[in-house]
Design a protein around this ligand. Sequence first.
Ligand SMILES: [Zn+2]
Length: 570
Amino acid sequence: MLQLAVALSGLLLPPTVELVYGNKQVLIKMRTFFENGTIYHGRYAAAFETCTNMVINDGLIEYLGNDAGRRIPHLSNGERVQKVDLKGRSVFPAFIDAHMHLLQFGASLVKVGLDDCRNLDEIRDTISKAAKRNPDGQRILCRGWRQPSTNRKALASMIDDIDPRPIFIDADDLHSEWCSSSALREMGITRDSPDPVDGVIHRDKDGNPTGLISEGAVFSMVWPHLIGKMSKADKMGCFGEAIKEYHASGYTSVIEMAMDQGSWDLIEDMHKRGQLGLRVAAHWIILPTGDSAGALDQVQKAIDTHTIYNLQNSPDFRIAGIKMILDGVVDSCTAALSEPYLVPPHRVGDMNWDEDIVREVAAKANAAGLQIALHAIGDAAVHLAINTLEELGASGQRHRIEHLELTRPEDAKRLGKLGITASVQPVHSDPSILGAWPELVGRERCDWAFAHRDFQEHGAQLAIGTDSPTAPHLPFPNLYVANTRLSARDPHYHSRINQRQPLDMHQVFGAATWGAAYSCFADKELGSLDIGKKADFILVDGLSHDFDAKSLLQAQISETWMNGQQVYSS
Ligand SMILES: [Zn+2]
């Protein structure tokens, strides 16, 4: 006897029809036919072409057009077809976050958010209320502190009386940590603790730590400490929450920008158990050790892991390359500039790395076929990053520079020629968070900040990401800032950081999908809706068909599909 049952089997498998002959099970792939939609192919250069029908077969796009019934005769016999009436809704390729931090993002979902606090009183009040709501927690973890809100002051004594438990406050850019005295004690940081090579434990005139930890000291002291305090179950929970939140926000793929062994072990475990549910291409973080041997050892670790997990043998879970953080951020005056900051002590901001070691690390990674991602925010760091990649020659490896916040006009022109991807996070250029910039770097340098359009016009491939959790991970506000250079955080904030022309709407959608896919060599399978590509797409409500920028702030993800399977529905 024949039993017929539609089984929406494992999370990422395509829908199947389960036929049982006697006691023998046979699974037959099933088509899904989407009709009555406005389906945007999302091909990068072709603006916004649409069609109304899409057919998915075995997780891949089998047909796109307006006449699926006639073109695919099998659709008419009906028995192996699941029909979805899109009712006029818009369909786009799923987003790919070209730069993010998966574990930190998951952990941030449970931290106390200080994003909206404008001054110390509001910060104290928010922490104190959160502490009372959670009397059993062992420490109080906060995120989203914007340094200008406390005039860049961060003393333990400003928060010590709120609660005796250790208080850890992440700056919104993650490059500084504001700690209470009990937090410093818990980490064992005292006047005798030396500064790491690329970071600072800020101290008073007697050498005692004041509570502010910055740059490499955050990555080598605070992060490992806090991650060490999390159980394996906590961390798995963080990854799980991060994945759920990314699906809900319309992403099916991410490029993780600071992978380390601890996170890799956990995520590999999830991958092996089939629980990952997100395509991950990771860049292994190389931390300065003060010598080239220590850095090259870390590159070797990335190479070894890449041998097992690479584009060819594991396209959805792999090591794409390495990442080096060349400098810091403008707000804490740690981005490396070629001319000094305009505020005391009028320094230029140090490079985190010795230039020779950067070259050695890049050469080793390049020779092993890894992609190189260089974090460079200040113009001196950007210049070093471009020179380093230029010296490697035309490798075709799609090396990339992350952030590019202050790029001199002559350097902006070099990226395209050298095949360097401009990996940008428009959400960092939201003018409402850049109020301190004119005072820190002056008007002239603000004029060439965030020159995304210049990169694009001079032939660089753009990849848009969010750098979450240093900034909100949501795609549409990010695209709004990219297209308007106005604030998505504060719609009443009307000034811009400069008058540079923004990216066109089709460019911002393209850079957040196809461009991000291209940046990690996934463009043959993902990033646009084309026949033969993987069926990763989103259904969107609230976006006006003429792509009025304001409607980006109202747009909602109503469904996310991956491999032809729905992974999120609102
Ligand atoms: Zn980042």
